[in-house]
Write a protein that binds this ligand. Structure first.
Ligand code: HEC
Length: 120
């Protein structure tokens, strides 16, 4: 009984690993990081998607609350200062991977949990 459970867990983990490495099947955080750097998103948004005060892209895009389709739509047809990224340059699967990368960024700590900010 216990053996069966371990076997099933291993099989599920192996299947998950296989899926994660096929960009056509599942978005990949690793590929997303590569695409984020390759396509220069970092130049305006910072390597962690933390935003920047010097590029007017101060908006944080890490852990974005935008749903994936709205995110992809914005990247294709931005309405402000951001340049558009067409599918010939940035594929749909790369956009999905970038989204996965940004969603996997660690959540910021609450100010009350940072000792230095509460050191009065
Ligand atoms: C030349 C600078 C620049 C580059 C390069 C750039 N962006 Fe942006 N991005 C901006 C600016 C500025 C905004 C704020 C809205 C606007 O002016 O378009 C923005 C906004 C966004 C938003 C909307 C955020 C929100 O909450 O509404 C998303 C999503 C986004 N960028 C993703 C990307 C991705 C993904 C890439 C790389 C493929 C990228 N950006 C590359 C400048 C840039």
């Amino acid at each position: 009984m216990k053996f069966t459970r371990v076997y099933l867990a291993l099989a599920a983990a192996a299947a998950g690993a296989l899926l994660a490495h096929d960009p056509a099947v599942a978005a990949s955080v690793e590929n997303g990081k590569t695409a984020f750097v390759k396509h220069g998103c970092w130049q305006c948004h910072g390597f962690e998607g933390q935003g920047s005060v010097t590029t007017s892209a101060g908006r944080v895009i890490a852990n974005t609350e935008l749903p994936e389709d709205a995110f992809a739509a914005y990247v294709r047809s931005p309405t402000g200062a951001m340049p558009p990224f067409r599918p010939e340059i940035l594929s749909d699967s790369e956009v999905a991977d970038i989204y996965a990368y940004l969603e996997a960024r660690p959540k910021p700590q609450a100010a009350k949990d940072i000792p230095l900010l509460n050191n009065q």
